[in-house]
Design a protein around this ligand. Structure first.
Ligand SMILES: [Zn+2]
Ligand SMILES: [Zn+2]
Length: 291
């Protein structure tokens, strides 16, 4: 756990603070590769004392209505979001969209395209596995994923479930990691198109976990082309990285966000509760939306 992120509060000391008034703005459910339902996630958020939560499933907004209803019944503010995989200058970047109009036709059309590409990628990975003599069926992966945004973790889970690998780790290590025989490159839209798409749906575009993508050079370019914020606090950012991105956000006049990137009980993935964003930052994000 990143101890500093617990106090993701401007000007706060590094000691633990009460849980009230805090937000987690980066969360996944089983509408993409998380393991919680929106209701389970909201329940956990309530137990942990979160005041606001944003659902940011990969390439979809499908879970947001259920999440919103669940949060409402628990007195938690819910922000409609998504996480888009994009590309800038050959680097993969993830863009979070917040306060989206989940019914905006262009957004829904593009999301549908991303999902089709994801499904084709699964078929291609399975076909490569079959070529290696691994008897996995694409339908098994789709049944297990049971969502429109299937990804590599679902292939890994299916390999484990079918007894074709002893663990998901082994599935990645042997077949699915970049450079391994069943790895298939992921289609990515350009970061500028992703930002434009988010804006078209009345949303704010925030770069997710910049510390994981090694793309600092992209940030000033994207900031001048409409990027609204930077996810400074993330389960995988250490204190120095959080500081670094906070300084960058200040310099480039970007909003500051943070979230756990919780994927539920997926081995090695972060859980909700490790990152708490101060209400002050959420307030500033809302002000950015108004301006
Ligand atoms: Zn991401
Ligand atoms: Zn994520």
């Amino acid at each position: 756990m990143n101890p500093y992120a617990i106090t993701a509060d401007p000007g706060a000391s590094r000691q633990e603070k009460p849980a009230d008034g805090t937000a987690d703005l980066h969360l996944h459910t089983l509408f993409s590769d998380g393991t919680f339902t929106p209701e389970e996630l909201a329940q956990r958020g309530a137990q942990l004392g979160f005041a606001a939560m944003a659902l940011t499933d990969h390439d979809t907004v499908e879970g947001c209505e259920r999440m919103s209803r669940a949060c409402q019944s628990l007195g938690i503010e819910c922000i409609t979001g998504t996480e888009l995989t994009a590309e800038f200058d050959g680097h993969e970047v993830h863009l979070l969209g917040y306060f989206l109009d989940a019914h905006q036709p262009k957004l829904l059309t593009e999301i549908k395209k991303f999902q089709t590409v994801r499904q084709e990628r699964i078929r291609e990975m399975v076909s490569r596995l079959n070529g290696l003599g691994i008897p996995l069926r694409a339908e098994t992966v789709f049944e297990l994923a049971n969502c429109h945004s299937p990804g590599r973790p679902h292939v890994a889970r299916a390999l484990e479930q079918e007894g074709l690998c002893v663990s998901m780790d082994q599935a990645f290590e042997r077949y699915l990691k970049k450079g391994r025989p069943a790895w298939v490159p992921k289609y990515k839209i350009s970061a500028l198109d992703a930002i434009a798409l988010i804006h078209q749906a009345n949303g704010l575009a925030v770069m997710a976990h910049p510390g994981l993508n090694h793309c600092d050079q992209a940030i000033p370019h994207l900031a001048s082309d409409g990027l609204d914020g930077l996810e400074c606090f993330h389960s995988r950012h250490n204190a120095a990285q959080s500081e670094h991105y906070l300084a960058m956000a200040r310099r480039l006049n970007l909003a500051v966000t943070g979230g756990s990137d919780c994927h539920g009980f997926s081995k090695g993935k972060p859980l909700i509760g490790g990152v708490r964003l101060s209400a002050v930052y959420l307030q500033k994000l809302k002000e950015a939306r108004r301006s």
